[in-house]
Design a protein around this ligand. Sequence first.
Ligand SMILES: [Zn+2]
Length: 380
Amino acid sequence: MAGRVVKRAFKYRFYPTAVQAEQLARTFGCTRYVYNRALAERSRTWSQEQRRVTYSDTSRMLTGWKRDTETAWLSEPSKGPLQESLRQLQGAFDRFWRKQSRYPQFKRKGHSKDSATYYANCFTYRGGQIRLAKQSEPLDIRWSRPLPEGCAPSQVTVSRHARGRYHISILVEDTIPEHPPTDRVVGLDAGITSLYTLSTGEKITNPRHERKDRERLAKAQRALAKKKKGSRNRAKARLKVAKIHGRITDRRRDYLHTLSTRLVRENQVIAIEDLSVRNMVRNRSLSRAISDASWSEFRSMLEYKADWYGRRVVAIDRFCPSSKTCSVCGAIASTMPLNVREWACRCGAVHDRDVNAAKNIVAVGLTVTACGDGVRPPRT
Ligand SMILES: [Zn+2]
């Protein structure tokens, strides 16, 4: 069976011990220091001598800083993250020279996300556990999904968010066998009462816990609204909202990974709706914003997984009146208010609103795949 070698990043939350947290904080401090000092050197050399400093120049500087008694503490953390910090700076300059971004900025404590990248020689992966260089304990990682069997991680990046959450992103090279071809196709409607509805009639509901979490979120938001601007309590309340929000997003992401993997395995073609404009006219409540963000994330999961496994995702035009068209006879109902969950067509077909929409989406999707891209369904 054909296989493709791809690099995949797997992201997990982890909980450092007090010792690890302290050591990571020092490492983050060092990566930030190295980045900022190298940036200052580059700027100075350019403005005073009109000379460009290269990555290897900065790498030599780093060796010098480590020998300098004043900055000898730079030799304490693993050297990998410091080198990577210089590489990131090089990347920032490359983008600047190609006119793709602004002049690199200093990293400010508490303002930019802290992160440190470790290459294969700076961490070990054994027995399902990851140990960073210079740490005796493995990281307490919440393995929300397994790493591919027998994979060898080539690099890991640990990061800390402003609200004190730690994540590790593990990069692995993986050989992905293409799925055997199938003639199954599916249409997907992003719904209101269900998360998604499939053209097979299956309804995908929100992940377990989400309703409870959302109630908590609403409560925390109400509490936040009552706090005085600029007060300590307000800051605390804001942190609480951010935490609950983060948990909802994390759980939903895991859930969408499972779902997208399954849909790609089961179907040759997955037809979805291009929601970019539909979203703009909807009201932007926070819960809506979560759904919308997860929709675009879900779409990209479907797309890259389809690409890995030799499947196809077709995003159909937003002008397709998928909710109003009868999937049996093609008649178009004149109106279809959002509160109508079930309706009967003149032809006698009785439709569940979302299932009918999903059926239309897959029908249009198949027309598009048959005719090539760029074909629009007729407008009403
Ligand atoms: Zn009909």
